[in-house]
Every structure is written in C-alpha cells, then in structure tokens.
Design a protein around this ligand. Structure first.
Ligand code: TMP
Length: 243
C-alpha cells in the first residue's frame, strides 16, 4: 500500500520506481583509467568511431572538465599559477566539484537518453591520485567520491596499464608544456600505477585490465573483445544488447 494506504498510490509508486530504474539503465557508461601516456584518448576516439558506425549515440567526456564549469576547474588545476600553492585537500575537492557537475549536467541525461557515455577518467582517478599518490585518507576520499557521483557508477572501467616510466616517456613526446600533475616525480607515477592495479584487483566485476604496451590496433582489439563479451556489442551485426 502507498503512504495513504490506497492501491492506486501503491501502483503509482511501483510504476514510478520502474520508470526511474529503466531510465537509469537505458545507456551504457564506460570509463577509461590509467596513467599519463597510456593511450586513453586514442582508444576513446577509436571506440567512439566504432560505436557510431553501429549508429549508437556516443557522448565523449573527460575529467576534469566536460562542462563549462569543469573546464574552468581543469584550467585552475592544471595551469593556473595560483595552483602551485594548492593543498591536496583543495585539489581533491576541485576534482570532485568538476565531477559532480559533469554527472548531473551531462552524464545522467545522456544515459537516460540511451547514449553510450565514454569518459576519460572518473572517480577512480581520485581514489588513486589523491587517495594513494597524495596519501589522503582513503575513507574521506571515498566519502567525497560518493557525494560527487551519487548512484552514477560506470558499467565498465577499462584500465589501460602501462609501465610508469614508459607512460611518462610517451606523454612527454606527445605534449607541449607539462601541466602541474605531470611535474610530479617518478615515485608518484609508480604509486599511481600500483594504486590502479590494486583497485582493479579489488573490483574485478567493474574493472578490466588492458595491457597498453602493445600497439594501438592491439589495444583496440582487446577493448572490442571486452565489449563483445560483456555487452554483446560487435561490428558483425549481432544483437547490440545494452543491459
Ligand atoms: P589528463 O586526463 O589530461 O591526463 O589530465 C588530468 C590530470 O589530473 C592527470 O594528471 C590525472 C589528474 N587527476 C587527478 O589527480 N584526480 C582526478 O580525480 C582526475 C579526474 C584527474
């Protein structure tokens, strides 16, 4: 029975719960994680082209950023001179603020429309960079992550794993001036890699580890295999089942 005890209000309550559940499940949310230089952007581009060729709506996002507010926060975090004095606690909250905006402004509406959302980094970056490499208290990081994302969690997280030194070498080759995070030393990036591997091992239901040391085609093919196994998504005309 509903709160007023009537059959009608009980039914309406059930219908509204069902609608919310199906709306929340309409799309597919895939996040890409890994250290600098692991090839996330390239693989996101390749996967988005593949999914669009199957006539899916694909929304590509990045963190921090993705919204006007998020892009301002990204600029502050990465390039603003004042950020040299930023404390790890302020850094954590800024990443969370960018994410809170992205989730509500773009991710949830896209998933409700049935889109595939591909996000370059999400809450696991905070768990690893701030919680492990910056050594902030892990339960506090978790609480702030939970507050920022609510119930919006990835269906799948692809961890592109690469030797830390090799990742730094690749990142240095491809980019212009190093941003604030990229000025961190070798041990920071070793901690990032170890943190990711531990996280992936703890949540093997959501994470899939991808060896990012092979060439672009090899990594792309590994990712396609995961999509085929997990969601029956393939380019060969099979059922394109999402949830
Ligand atoms: P990138 O995605 O262009 O590599 O830049 C994002 C940088 O910010 C990268 O060094 C990882 C870092 N970062 C965090 O430290 N915490 C976070 O929560 C996120 C999303 C990124």
């Amino acid at each position: 029975m509903g709160s007023d005890g009537s059959f009608f209000s009980t039914s309406m309550l059930l219908v509204s719960r069902y609608c919310r559940a199906s709306m929340a499940q309409a799309g597919l949310f895939i996040t890409f994680e890994g250290s600098e230089g692991c090839g996330k952007s390239t693989q996101i581009r390749r996967l988005s082209e593949f999914l669009r060729s199957l006539e899916r709506e694909v929304v590509v996002l990045r963190e921090p950023g993705g919204t006007p507010i998020g892009e301002s926060i990204r600029n502050l975090l990465q390039f603003d001179k004042s950020a040299a004095a930023m404390t790890p606690e302020a850094e954590l909250l800024l990443f969370a603020a960018s994410r809170a905006q992205l989730v509500r402004e773009l991710i949830r509406p896209a998933l409700a429309r049935g889109a595939v959302v591909l996000c370059d980094r999400f809450l696991d970056s905070t768990t690893v960079y701030q919680g492990v490499a910056r050594a902030l208290d892990s339960s506090e990081v978790r609480a702030i992550n939970d507050f920022a994302v609510g119930e919006t969690l990835p269906d799948l997280t692809l961890l592109l794993d690469l030797d830390a030194a090799e990742g730094r070498r690749r990142a240095a080759m491809r980019k212009g001036p190093a941003d604030r995070m990229e000025q961190e030393g070798e041990s920071f990036y070793e901690a990032v890699r170890e943190g990711y591997l531990k996280l992936a091992a703890e949540d093997s239901g959501r994470f899939v580890l991808i060896d990012a040391s092979s060439d672009e085609e090899g990594v792309e093919s590994a990712i396609r295999n995961v999509l085929q196994e997990r969601f029956q998504i393939s380019g060969k005309g099979e059922a394109y089942g999402i949830h």
